[in-house]
Ligand binder design. Structure first.
Ligand code: NGS
Length: 365
């Protein structure tokens, strides 16, 4: 009797060991496939890099047209993210549950560092990203596909601090995200709003984003409950900034950091392209939101808190109030609908997708 029990006992143990080994093999295979897809996408990205110096217009929707470079037809390569998506649904995330509505590992207030290693050094510290500064949570299917769009010129040290802070912040929020740095080259005055239009359009060329966070490079969120998703209404995120004593300067403010879902952004025709120099472009967007009967939402000020990195104040644009006039009429034509720019370079870097653009008037004619 004892002998019979003992032999059954060993069989059960053997069965359990086999089941465990099989399960581990399956998990490992899944991991390898994901790595393969990431590498595959990287190769395709390199091909896409050949499209430097192309003039782009009316490009807000995912491009469908055939594109060619040097006599080679690249149309079949053009939508790398679609390849990624297709494979993903075939084997990957379809078997995962959706991530929890509220991520479980949030801390609330988080430490904000105002210094960082150089961008190059940082690249060797943050190693869990896909090329182009893309990420998706590993153990669950993200609820939000978010493009972080950063208008940029000549702030390399701020950018390093920003990326050092943002990546872990966004990863804790279990987002499917990418960071898009849109650099204005040339001598024209900075056009923050146009760079944000371009960032959204270029992000959509890469992936099926449903949410845009327009983010100044010098603002760092202090609380990880400030979820970087797009709610029912456009959301102004940087409500309480340290240099403004953590008080909202005025009710209609939509500058600093703001979130809009894709359909709202298209509905308002994006930002105006007409604000050169500091100021007014965010107020113009705030008006566009109002014209379309949308409302600006906000998190409470104890959550939507930011630290601002110090920098010298830019010269205000003396024409901004004039441009803001006739905003409702202008909004119908000035924005995504007449967006024209020359994309000089796109680089799928380790920590971000870097898009250099020339938006000087001669390049847009
Ligand atoms: C307003 C500007 C906005 C700007 C806001 C806060 O006066 O573009 O100040 O700027 N509007 C106009 O100039 C019409 S801040 O102090 O945060 O740099 O966003």
């Amino acid at each position: 009797m004892i002998e019979v029990c003992r032999s059954h006992f060993y069989k059960i143990i053997l069965g359990l060991v086999c089941a465990l080994t099989l399960w581990q093999l399956l998990v490992l295979q899944n991991v390898q496939e994901r790595v393969f897809i990431a590498n595959f996408q990287y190769n395709i990205s390199n091909i896409v890099n050949h499209f430097s110096s192309e003039k782009v217009s009316n490009s807000f929707s995912l491009p469908k047209e055939t594109r060619s470079a040097g006599g080679v037809n690249f149309s079949s390569f053009w939508e790398p993210s679609n390849l990624y998506l297709r494979n993903e649904t075939e084997f990957g995330n379809s078997s995962y549950d959706l991530c929890p509505e509220t991520p479980i590992n949030l801390d609330g207030h988080i430490t904000v560092l105002k210094t960082s290693p150089t961008l190059e050094e940082l690249e060797s510290h943050i190693t869990n990203l896909m090329p182009g500064g893309r990420f998706k949570p590993f153990h669950c299917k993200a609820r939000h596909k978010v493009a972080i769009v950063v208008p940029y010129r000549d702030r390399k040290q701020h950018l390093a601090v920003f990326l050092q802070h943002l990546h872990p912040f966004l990863q804790k929020q279990e987002l499917d995200y990418g960071i898009y740095v849109v650099e204005q080259i040339g001598k024209s005055l900075f056009n923050r709003a146009m760079l944000m239009n371009i960032g959204a359009a270029e992000a959509l060329r890469q992936y099926d984003y449903q949410c845009f966070i327009f983010h100044d490079v010098d603002l760092l969120p202090e609380d990880d409950r400030n979820i970087y998703s797009c709610p029912e209404m456009p959301r102004h995120m940087s409500v309480a900034v340290d240099v403004f004593d953590y008080k909202l300067p005025y009710q209609g403010l939509f500058g600093g950091v703001s979130a809009m879902n894709r359909s709202h952004f298209e509905k308002v025709n994006g930002f105006s392209n007409m604000f050169w120099g500091w100021g007014g472009e965010d107020d113009d967007m705030s008006n566009r939101i109002r014209y379309k009967k949308l409302l600006i939402s906000r998190y409470p000020a104890n959550i939507a808190r930011y630290v601002m990195l110090s920098h010298s104040k830019a010269k205000p644009n003396p024409s901004r109030f004039r441009v803001m006039k006739n905003g409702a009429k202008r909004a119908q034509v000035d924005g995504l609908k007449n967006l024209r720019y020359k994309r000089v370079k796109i680089q799928f870097m380790k920590l971000c997708t870097w898009i250099s653009v020339d938006i000087s008037p001669k390049e847009r004619s």
